[in-house]
Structures are given as C-alpha cells and as structure tokens.
Design a protein around this ligand. Structure first.
Ligand code: APR
Length: 230
C-alpha cells in the first residue's frame, strides 16, 4: 500500500473559475487581506467580511470541478493507494468531484461558525452580521474559515499522515503560507518522496525533489494515471 499525502491550493480551482490569491489579478490584489481575512478586520467591519465571503460563496456555487479534481477522486479509490487529501481551499470542488475524504485545514465557505459558543452549521448563501446563532441565539456568526493569525484545523492529524507518507504532492499552491508551506519539509524528513504539480515553479520549488508544470486540469490526470493507472 503506497501512502500518499496531497496538499492542494487555489491553483487547482483556478480553471474552475475561482480566483487564486497571489497570481496577477488574484484576490489579494483586489482586497486587503487585513480587512477581509483577519479576526481584527472582522471585528472592525463584519459586514465587509461577510460580503467578501458571500461573493466567494456565490462564485463557488457557479463553479464546476474539472478533470484534475476528478482524477484525485479516482485516486482515492485506486487499489494499493492510501490517500490523504488536504486542501487549503475553502471551496467544495473536491467533494463535488467525488473525493470521499477532504481535510479542509482553512475551513469551508459552506460552513458557518458562532464566535460566541463555537456551534457550526451549514452556512446560508448570504450571511450578515445580524444572523443569530441557531444554538445560542447570539448575533456572533462568522464564516467557518481560518483567518490569518488563527490556528488551521486538523494539524495533528495532518502531521501524523505526513510522518507516515511514502509520497507528498503539492498541487496548485505557491507555498507561501505556513504551516502548509512546511508540509513538504515534514514529509521529506520522514523519508517521503516529494513532488510539486503547479502551473509553474512555486516559491517553494527547491523543497521538492521533483516538479511537473502546467495547468492542473491537464497535469493532474496525467500524473494520477502514471501513479495508479486510474
Ligand atoms: N494549474 C495549476 N496551478 C495553478 C494554476 C493552474 N491552472 N493557476 C495558478 N496556479 C498556481 C500558481 O502558480 C500559484 O503557485 O497556484 C498557486 C496559487 O498560489 P496562491 O494564490 O498563493 O494560493 P495558495 O497557495 O492556495 O494560498 C495559500 O494563502 O491567503 C491564504 O488562506 C489562503 O489558502 C490560502 C493560502
């Protein structure tokens, strides 16, 4: 059984029409991340933050997974492969492509979180600062998305899987945000092979033993076919 850990980033959703963050025209060139992706920004102007995520939720609803997402869903069911799929993305394209288990380390657009009691529920398409938590009735609802300065989710499980990996593959990520950018180092130190699949060499390329470059919708299915024959 080959234990494979994959980390995906915004680049795997780019061809589905969802913006990346740091490419030309990316989300962080259009919005100030301090204002829409930090707890301080949310405290200052919760409506601005909800409107930012409402727009991304609407964009995601209109998007479709592509052949790269579908290939990863096939890989999860391939014989002799034990796959862990970790994503930095908050969209649900992996799930809609059929991936059975997706670890969302930065949360999910379609989940809501109560800042007062910690309750989680399925987010409405449009959220506002006046929404009441269905559990404690406080108007303290926020997107269940991990902001800068907050601890990503499922870290212990992720590092356990990295410690036992035979192969670590990063797909469509610039490797510029930790802790995700350090996953390759943990995997390599545990003896795993490392591969980067990206549009072009990322800022983190020197950490990987090998890289294959091109659009994810093209290179991911080719790599999955090479690895597992599916
Ligand atoms: N196919 C493959 N890779 C692509 C494609 C594509 N069609 N288009 C873009 N890319 C690559 C870019 O070359 C870049 O290296 O995807 C990467 C996207 O990098 P970022 O925009 O930095 O996105 P990501 O790495 O996911 O950001 C990490 O930063 O802002 C936070 O929480 C946010 O999860 C995000 C994290």
């Amino acid at each position: 059984m080959k234990r494979v850990v994959i980390l995906t980033g915004a680049g795997i959703s780019a061809e589905s029409g969802l913006g990346t963050f740091r490419d030309v025209g990316g989300l962080w060139t259009q919005y100030d991340l301090e204002e829409v992706a930090t707890p301080e920004g949310f405290a200052r102007n919760p409506k601005k933050v909800h409107d930012f995520y409402n727009a991304r939720r609407a964009n995601c609803a209109g998007a479709r997974p592509h052949a790269g997402h579908a290939a990863l869903a096939r890989l999860a069911r391939a014989p002799k492969i034990a796959l862990t799929l970790v994503t930095q993305n908050v969209d649900d394209l992996h799930e809609r492509a059929g991936s059975p288990e997706v670890i969302h380390m930065h949360g999910q657009l379609d989940h809501a979180l109560c800042g007062a009691c910690g309750h989680r529920w399925e987010a409405a398409p449009v959220m506002t600062p006046d929404d009441l938590c269905p559990a404690c009735q406080h108007p303290a609802t926020r997107p269940d998305v991990v902001w800068f300065g907050e601890m990503p989710y499922h870290m212990e499980m992720i590092f356990d899987r990295l410690a036992g990996a035979d192969l670590f593959v990063a797909i469509g990520t610039s490797g510029s945000v930790y802790p995700a950018a350090g996953f390759v180092d943990a995997a390599r130190d545990a003896g795993a092979e490392t591969l980067e699949l990206n549009l072009g060499p990322s800022d983190n390329r020197r950490a990987f033993a090998t890289g294959r470059y091109g659009p994810a919708s093209e290179i991911v299915p080719l790599w999955v076919a090479d690895l597992a024959g599916v």
